[in-house]
Design a protein around this ligand. Structure first.
Ligand code: NAD
Ligand code: UGA
Length: 470
């Protein structure tokens, strides 16, 4: 059987970095080279100061300390790594197309295509190419076509097997997800290549958790898994609005329905809408696929999951403006949390972005705190979203970054809790009540704060999905 000794992973992002670290840890006999065209990112992965890794994930730094420089390296030498590799993971970004056919829905595959062309040109002998990125169904065929074209101009005969091996890790829990996955999915049509990949995972994943399918089932399953997860969030978020008008409590409803083992307890936490780089793009990809095959009712069904999500963010912003007497001009608002979820420094598609943009547009001054997101990431997100909204009149300088939560809240008119960071759950509400303007409002968009402790010190609180005050 073909022997895999050297692995190359193209793309040192939130998937490439953690995934290859866990493979390196569990397979000391493999040499793994993670490469990226982004030199700054690679420098951070190689940084001596382990706190500077470009991705924050609980447990990642400890693994990096053990394997970096031993059987895991990070570099910008993409061609060299491709040439040396027996197996290549493509783990590059696959955002939504911004223009042209399929704009706003289809995946922009330019980075994947460029990897395939580079592999086609540079690789030597037989190479197993693994799709790790999330891709539209049938992309494996595109990759095969490009790879095989190399034999038209290359002197040395090359051969390739293409596998689909989607990643199911969730940020903030990536190391645990990678070490103890619910399943590993391997799609392919070359059983030898599939076994080679299985032999890597088998070092730490029980064999009965490794699923082998055809290529298209594997590519489609990844899109479906994200669509089903996101659909649950939109479902519970739609119910949060019903709770608020009827006097029910969304946490109680989620608990009651989740106890039904057919429904299950996970992914029933109502919040400001799902963020992150993948849910929206992967559902829209599914929508595009359905439309492409003329399945318009299917497309509409999934599109609504995304629409409810945007509606939830707008709805929350509306609740804030309503309670602050319809006027935010010159009011200071504290924004607690900018990451799209806890335990990550990732801000991509964070609900905080849209909420902050709308509050700035109302004339508010924002004081933003986050435990792991730095000032420059927040600035980049706000500048990007504001530059898109030409009809808005937003002063981009009307916000500050605060590393101290109490400084962020001091002299403010309201505090808006957007990310569910653990430290927000146990604040000193009596102290807060002494340093804020009155009347003061707390907006708990994750429904995580203790209502009674806040009421006890005389502050107003609005909690998502709680109809208690009607
Ligand atoms: P990312 O943007 O963090 O990282 C992608 C990296 O690829 C970037 O650093 C970029 O510079 C690099 N890159 C692009 N083209 C390249 C090329 N030709 N050569 C070398 N490097 C190149 O993206 P990510 O979050 O790691 O996601 C990667 C893929 O995995 C996406 O398809 C995504 O949908 C999927 N995915 C992401 C997650 C997640 O939690 N972020 C989970 C599962 C699957
Ligand atoms: C998600 C999936 O969970 C992963 O399996 C998948 O691999 C990944 O997308 C991907 O393909 O990128 P991730 O986006 O990292 O992972 O994080 P999630 O925990 O799924 O949270 C996504 C968003 O939904 C967050 O904004 C989170 O706050 C929100 N969420 C999650 C809720 O509002 N309620 C919940 O009950 C769960």
């Amino acid at each position: 059987m073909y022997k895999v000794r050297r692995i190359c992973c193209i793309g040192a992002g939130y998937v490439g970095g953690p995934t290859m670290s866990v493979i390196a840890k569990n397979c000391p006999e493999l040499e793994i080279n993670v490469v990226d065209i982004n030199k700054n990112r690679i420098d951070l992965w190689n940084s001596k100061d382990i706190k500077k890794l470009p991705v924050f994930e609980p447990g990642l730094a400890e693994i990096i300390k053990k394997v970096r420089g031993k059987n895991l390296t990070f570099s910008t030498e993409v061609e060299l790594a491709i040439r040396d590799a027996d197996m290549i993971f493509i783990s590059v970004n696959t955002p939504i197309k911004k223009s042209g056919i399929g704009a706003g829905e289809a995946s922009d595959l330019r980075w994947v295509e460029s990897c395939a062309r580079q592999i086609s040109k540079t690789s030597i002998g037989h190479t197993i190419v693994v799709e790790k990125s999330t891709l539209p169904v049938k992309t494996a065929q595109t990759i095969k076509d490009i790879l095989c074209s190399s034999n038209d101009y290359s002197e040395a005969e090359k051969s390739f097997s293409v596998l689909s091996n989607p990643e199911f890790l969730s940020e903030g829990n990536a190391i645990n997800d990678l070490e103890n996955p619910d399943r590993v999915l391997i799609g392919g049509d070359d059983i030898d290549a599939m076994n080679c990949l299985q032999n890597i995972y088998i070092n730490w994943v029980p064999k009965d958790k490794i699923i082998m399918t055809n290529l298209w089932s594997s590519e489609l399953s990844k899109l479906c898994a994200n669509a089903f997860l996101a659909q649950r969030i939109s479902s519970i978020n739609s119910i949060s609005a019903i709770c608020e008008v009827t006097g029910a409590n969304v946490n109680e409803v989620a608990d009651a329905i989740g106890k039904d083992s057919r429904i299950g307890t996970k992914f029933l936490k109502s919040g400001p809408g799902f963020g992150g780089s993948c849910f929206k793009k992967d559902i829209l990809n599914l929508v595009y696929l359905a439309k492409y095959y003329g399945l318009y009712e299917v497309a509409d069904f999934w599109k609504n999951v995304v629409e409810i999500n945007s509606w939830q963010q707008k709805r929350i912003y509306g609740e804030i403006v309503k309670r602050l007497y319809g006027n935010l001009a010159d009011k200071k608002l504290a924004i607690l949390g900018f990451a799209f979820k806890e335990n990550t420094n990732d801000t991509r598609e964070s609900p905080a972005i849209d909420i902050c943009k709308n509050l700035l547009n109302e004339g508010a001054y924002l004081s933003i705190h986050d435990e792991k997101v730095n000032e420059s990431s927040i600035r980049k997100e706000l500048e990007a979203v504001i530059s898109k909204e030409r009809e808005y009149s937003i002063d981009i300088n009307k916000w500050e970054y605060q590393i101290d939560i109490y400084e962020a809240i001091k002299n403010s008119d309201a505090a808006i809790f957007i990310t569910e960071w653990e430290l927000y759950k146990n604040l000193d509400w009596a102290r807060i009540s002494r340093i804020v303007k009155k009347p003061f409002w707390i907006f708990d968009t994750r429904s995580i704060l203790d209502y009674c402790s806040i009421k006890k010190v005389g502050l107003n609180i609005w909690q998502l999905g709680h109809g208690g005050d009607i």
